[in-house]
Design a protein around this ligand. Structure first.
Ligand SMILES: NC(=O)c1ccc[n+]([C@@H]2O[C@H](COP(=O)([O-])OP(=O)(O)OC[C@H]3O[C@@H](n4cnc5c(N)ncnc54)[C@H](O)[C@@H]3O)[C@@H](O)[C@H]2O)c1
Length: 263
């Protein structure tokens, strides 16, 4: 068990799963978001922080052993917004972590770093990155920053290329990309407990029949996803008869969108 785990973006969808379900691996959860959070319960600390504010991030990270970095703009957006939250925010976090001697960061990357690969391809951690959006580019930046801070300072990161983590898969694409909340929490638990992970790229996906991604390189973690999207297939296929926009690409509609706020 570690002493204190910082969770950024704790007010979002995944942060809510963590707050409700992550029991055991950390004595104290330090929960943070730029938005308001409900008051701290037992074993919790709450600190409001904008990740783009360097001084506030230094303060936030102090005394933390590990960080689950969820805080970000989590969809395609204009560059100026991504620049603050995702690029500058992630840089501020890594700098603060280096200065505070944090051991490990679990970075919420995204499938949108590889979203321009066709759906026929099967990918592992060696796949070339093909971001499908500015959002995807911001996550590529985070993965590269993580690599730099491991090679230069030995700061470990698991780059979690999360598929689609919701209560249920919502469309045909998610039959391939769904990560159940339970599998997300068990993955986080394994990553906190592992003695050493180095710099690791992982796909956050449940045991779906038609998954596009392999984590065979990370067998040493002993993570076995327990859920699959199959029970939802019939309902989804009945509801969604036509292929959706972007269904040729792993990133789905992100691959066919324009640049938001283009100049
Ligand atoms: N949910 C998924 O299926 C999925 C898939 C791929 C990647 N991810 C990544 O996982 C993380 C969490 O996803 P989510 O679904 O919970 O997203 P979300 O949008 O629900 O939550 C993100 C949280 O980050 C906070 N945030 C935004 N800008 C911030 C800033 N400048 N400073 C501090 N906090 C800030 C928001 O207030 C929000 O509460 C994100 O980084 C997202 O990109 C999620």
């Amino acid at each position: 068990m570690i002493k204190r785990l910082l969770v950024t973006g704790a007010g979002g969808g995944l942060g809510r799963y963590v707050r409700e379900r992550l029991k055991g691996p950390a004595e104290i959860l330090r929960l943070s978001d730029v938005a308001d959070l409900s008051p701290a319960g037992p074993g919790e600390e709450v600190m409001r922080c904008d990740l783009a504010d360097r001084t506030a991030v230094d303060e936030l990270v102090r005394d933390c052993d590990m960080i689950l970095h969820l805080g970000a703009i989590s969809v395609e957006a204009n560059f100026d917004a991504l620049l603050q939250a995702n690029f500058l925010g992630t840089y501020n976090l890594y700098e603060a972590a280096r200065k505070a001697g944090v051991r490990r960061i679990l970075f919420a990357s995204s499938n949108h770093v590889i979203g321009f690969h066709p759906v026929e391809e099967r990918l592992d951690d060696t796949a070339a990155r093909r971001p499908d959006s500015l959002y995807g580019v911001s996550k590529c930046f985070g993965e590269d920053l993580a690599r730099l801070y491991f090679d230069k300072f030995g700061l470990e990161t698991a780059c979690l290329r999360i598929g689609s983590c919701f209560d249920e898969p919502k469309d045909r694409r998610m039959l391939s990309t769904w990560l159940s909340p339970g599998d997300f929490i068990s993955l986080i638990t394994k990553l906190i407990a592992a003695p050493a992970i180095g710099h690791l790229v992982l796909y956050g996906v449940s045991a779906n029949r038609d998954a596009w991604w392999s984590n065979a390189h990370a067998d040493f973690l002993g993570w076995q996803p327990q859920d699959t999207s199959e029970p939802y297939r019939e309902t989804i296929e009945r509801r969604e008869e036509e292929p959706a926009a972007g269904s040729d690409y792993q990133g789905g509609r992100f691959a066919t969108m324009g640049i938001l706020g283009e100049r």
